[in-house]
Ligand binder design. Structure first.
Ligand code: NCD
Ligand code: ZN
Ligand code: ZN
Length: 416
């Protein structure tokens, strides 16, 4: 048995404890444990590994932006031990053969555990997609043009309910988009206004039927107020920490857009108050060349898988957020929604652990987090990066650097 010691986040609080691990699973959590091998992390925090249920690792077909190896390596550096990867690739993952091909392509190349989403374009595609962990639907155009009309949406929702699969929704209603005279990030916000989120959510409430829904990247409190009953909600670090006043130009262009500072603050308060189920990065890298182009042509999306947890842990240290809320939204709750035996330090769960000393603040540098795209919209911000990260008991990060690269395994989201 391997024993890992430290200040462990266990049942909602920090205590000096020992975690016993056998065959990748947690088998004991006690004050004192003896093992064949013992690693003492002193008074560093030991937290459950984060589960990022919304990343775009760009395979197949868009690997100039990111790939499975590079994206999962960055994930591990940021304390993320499980990712769920989006289907808006080239070609997209829309059918069972697409999914099988993708699974074969990425197998053995991931540094952390992973699940794969599919994007059915009609209800008839769903039964053929039962191998997928969960589905993504786009109600409006975003990278990959996978948007579907209301009729297809209804079909997909009904078929997903039948198959008991989670549906992650990109909720923007193109009917509410405008063509503003203002340009840049503020113009992008006006072009895809908050009302388009609210309107898409109202439509979703009408047509959802029995579908199990998760609403991705909510940007404002008005959207939270319009969430269909029983649906879970997700916020992304860029909407919680950035706004359109930042001088990011095309590098801050994302869908749904960065909002004004007032909306960011209100979203943050809602997050602190427990109104948001999940924080997920919506890691959506594009190359620097693409992001430097004329604003109207710049593709939307910002990378974030490596910085989500470190930036928010720094906020915990600053007293702006509780550790409990951070762990709940980045580990425990996503595990619950996806039905994974992860996300908590408890006997029987996978030994995915993040070891971090919150007294050590670092500045976010793109180089440090090794994205293939080579940039981050959070450059220069304070963060607390993990020192050690364990994936099912194996160290995938040590001394803040990659220690093992190919240990990630495919995982399947449970049915309800
Ligand atoms: C995403 C991308 O680039 O894949 N872009 C984005 O702005 N969020 C697509 C998406 O999830 O909307
Ligand atoms: Zn989206
Ligand atoms: Zn996305």
């Amino acid at each position: 048995m391997l024993v890992i010691k430290g200040r462990v986040f266990y049942r909602g609080r920090l205590e000096p404890l020992s975690i016993g691990i056998d065959e990748g699973r947690i088998v004991a959590v006690r004050k004192i444990l003896r093992g064949d091998e013992e690693v003492d992390h002193g008074d560093a925090l030991v937290l459950p590994g984060c589960i990022d249920m919304h990343v775009h690792l760009r395979e197949p077909g868009l690997t100039e932006k990111e790939d499975f190896a590079s994206g999962t390596r960055s994930a591990a550096l940021g304390g993320v031990t499980t990712v769920f990867d989006m289907p808006n690739t080239r070609p997209p993952v829309s059918t069972r053969p697409d999914l099988e091909e993708k699974a074969a392509r990425v197998r053995g190349r991931a540094a952390v555990d992973y699940g794969l989403y599919a994007a059915p374009r009609s209800g008839s595609a769903v039964p053929r997609l039962l191998g997928a962990d969960a589905f993504k639907v786009y109600m409006a155009e975003s990278t990959g043009s996978l948007q579907i009309g209301t009729e297809e949406l209804e079909e997909v929702l009904a078929a997903s309910a039948e198959a008991d699969r989670l549906v992650v929704v990109h909720a923007e209603d193109a009917g509410k988009f405008t063509t503003p005279s203002t340009r840049g990030l503020e113009g992008h916000h006006m072009a895809r206004p908050k009302e388009s989120e609210v309107s898409a959510l109202q439509l979703l409430s009408k047509v959802r039927g029995e579908a199990r829904l998760h609403v991705a990247h909510v940007t404002c409190v008005e959207a939270l107020d319009a969430i269909p009953e029983g649906a879970t909600t997700e916020a992304s670090p860029h909407h919680l920490l950035l706004d359109f006043r930042r001088d990011l130009k095309g590098f801050g262009k994302v869908n749904p857009p960065l909002r004004p500072p007032e909306d960011r603050d209100a979203l943050w308060r809602a997050f602190v108050d427990g109104r948001i189920d999940v924080v997920a990065s919506d890691h959506a890298p594009h190359t620097q060349e693409e992001k430097e182009g004329p604003f109207d042509e710049v593709p939307s999306g910002v990378p974030g898988v490596a910085t989500a947890f470190p930036l928010l842990l720094r906020k915990v240290k600053a007293g702006a957020l509780t550790l409990e809320r951070l762990v709940r939204t980045m580990a425990d709750r996503p595990a619950e929604i996806l039905g994974l035996p992860k996300g908590l330090i408890e006997v029987g769960r996978d030994a995915d652990l993040v070891v971090v000393d919150p007294r050590r603040t670092e500045t976010v540098r793109a180089k440090r987090i090794r994205y293939k795209c080579g940039w981050t919209p959070f450059e220069g911000m304070d963060a607390c990066f993990p020192q050690t990260v364990y994936l099912r008991g194996d160290a995938v990060v040590e001394h803040g650097e990659t220690a093992a690269e190919n240990l990630g395994r495919p995982i399947t989201a449970a049915k309800r």
